[in-house]
Design a protein around this ligand. Structure first.
Ligand code: NAP
Ligand code: HSE
Length: 438
């Protein structure tokens, strides 16, 4: 039975996601009211251009370009405009006027999240953001609630769909990065500024959000180490495949303990392309799909998989937040508060332990292999595998060495690469890539 007063919902944005949110609120009115215990009344929809065509049928009298009146009267404000401003100012205005806020805006949360959460806490409002990471996949709520009594050790995610599509096409068809990017552009997968995807910025924003929840620590975006996929070649893809690996753009958030060489402990938050074994669950994530692999102390390994983007898919995550926020209004109570009590240090990339796969072109002469091996030994990096192939080029035999290392610190591995670069024994380094998930 519905006894509570109707709740007024202000929707900021009616693009790919917002138009679907509006449709779902309007079409599922009765069912939502039954689930929440109050009617969810769409009070208005903020856009830039009132006359622009919309993907779904939104009554014209709901469309507005005036945010102030819409926000002032709302119980719950949904921000699906994107960008930093005016989204930030409007969210602050909504929180300060007592509304709960739902946002899908990872760029805003990764750069101004602490400001927004502080204001929400001060005024006793709630900020929900399930749609900001990995689209339709429920990952924020599991980290905030389901795993709140466990201890997260590591998160390894494919959280950018367009780069996963590009790498998957390179892997399965052998096409170049440029060709795969052209396909992704044609399919509308890439952001208006493609560097957000291919240079790893989008994944870094999502990694910062995931790490802050998993480790109860504020993670500034500038502390997230980031490499994109623009240097990945079809030759690297083919070599990885031959060796039983696939290359994926990974967002990794992990807890780092002190060890014999380092007294500091903290977390590492990083984004880079890496080889993962074909048998790792993330290797089977194809096309533009996303997945987040979580390792927790008690729960063990968990994998969350699904559509990381798309208007209607992302709207599903927004609707989940809307029902939670509305139920809180009806039932009362303080709702969720995220804590950054742990305040762990975000450690630099040099501090992590990883493995490298390095491919070198060397002159095929006696002693060259020993010189190369010495460089690894000099930095205390242990070699796990070596494969050599040779070919005659202009009367000289050139050899390619593909060297896989055991786990070592990124600092030592980077020092090996630097010394190899300046070594007379090495003609050129053709590939350096990290190996994860082994
Ligand atoms: P979009 O298609 O570009 O839509 C943006 C909407 O906001 C449009 O309706 C636009 O109005 C309105 N808007 C933008 N700036 C405005 C302003 N200054 N004043 C008034 N209205 C303004 O964006 P989207 O793809 O739906 O994405 C929305 C948010 O969801 C972003 O934060 C994005 O990162 C996030 N997200 C999207 C996806 C996805 O698959 N699309 C997935 C996950 C998260 P007009 O239509 O009049 O221009
Ligand atoms: N550009 C993003 C992606 C959209 O490719 O995953 C979803 O955040």
């Amino acid at each position: 039975m519905i006894e509570y007063r109707p709740l007024k919902i202000a929707l900021l944005g009616a693009g790919s996601v917002g138009s679907q949110v509006a449709r779902l609120i309007l079409e599922n009115r009765d069912e939502l009211a039954a689930r929440v215990g109050a009617e969810l009344q769409l009070a208005g929809v903020l856009v830039r251009d009132k006359r622009a065509a919309r993907a779904t049928n939104i009554p014209a009298d709901l469309i507005t370009t005036e945010p102030d009146a819409l926000i002032l009267g709302a119980d719950i404000v949904i921000e699906v405009m994107g960008g930093i401003e005016p989204a930030r100012t409007l969210i602050l205005q909504a929180l300060n006027s007592g509304s709960d806020v739902i946002t899908a805006n990872k760029a805003l949360l990764a750069t101004h999240g602490s400001e927004l959460f502080d204001v929400a806490e001060q005024v006793g409002a709630q900020l929900y953001f399930e749609a900001a990471v990995a689209g339709a996949i429920p990952i924020i709520r599991p980290l905030r609630e389901s795993l709140a009594g466990d201890k997260i050790k590591r998160i390894m995610g494919i959280v950018n769909g367009s780069t996963n599509y590009i790498l998957d096409r390179m892997d399965t068809t052998g096409i170049s990065l440029e060709q795969a990017m052209a396909e992704a552009t044609k399919l509308g997968y890439l952001e208006a500024d493609p560097s957000l995807d291919v240079e790893g910025y989008d994944a870094a924003q999502k990694a910062a959000i995931l790490a802050s929840l998993a480790f109860h620590t504020e993670v500034p975006l500038e502390k997230v180490y980031r490499e994109g996929i623009t240097k990945i070649t079809s030759e690297q893809m083919a070599a990885a495949k031959r060796d039983g690996y696939v290359i994926k753009l990974l967002a990794i958030c992990e807890s780092i303990a002190a060890d014999s060489e380092h007294s500091d402990e903290g977390i590492s938050v990083r984004v880079y392309p890496a080889m993962i074994p074909l048998e790792h669950p993330l290797a089977s994530v194809r096309g533009a799909f996303n997945a987040v692999f979580v390792e927790a102390e008690a729960a063990g390994s968990l994998m969350f998989y699904g559509a990381g983007a798309g208007g209607v898919q992302t709207a599903s995550a927004v609707m989940g937040d809307l029902v939670s926020a509305a139920k809180r209004h009806v039932a009362g109570g303080p709702g969720l508060a995220d804590s950054v009590h742990a305040d762990l240090e975000v450690l630099p990339i040099s501090r992590i332990q990883t493995r490298y796969q390095i491919t070198l072109e060397v002159t095929d002469q006696p002693g060259v292999l020993a010189q190369v091996a010495n460089i690894f030994a000099h930095h205390n990096v242990s070699i796990e595998t070596v494969e050599q192939s040779a070919k005659m080029i202009e009367a000289e035999t050139t050899a390619w060495l593909e060297i896989g290392t055991h786990q070592a610190s990124d600092k030592a591995l980077a020092a090996v690469v630097a010394e190899l670069e300046s070594s007379a024994a090495v003609e050129q380094i053709t590939s350096v890539i990290r190996v994860e998930g082994v």
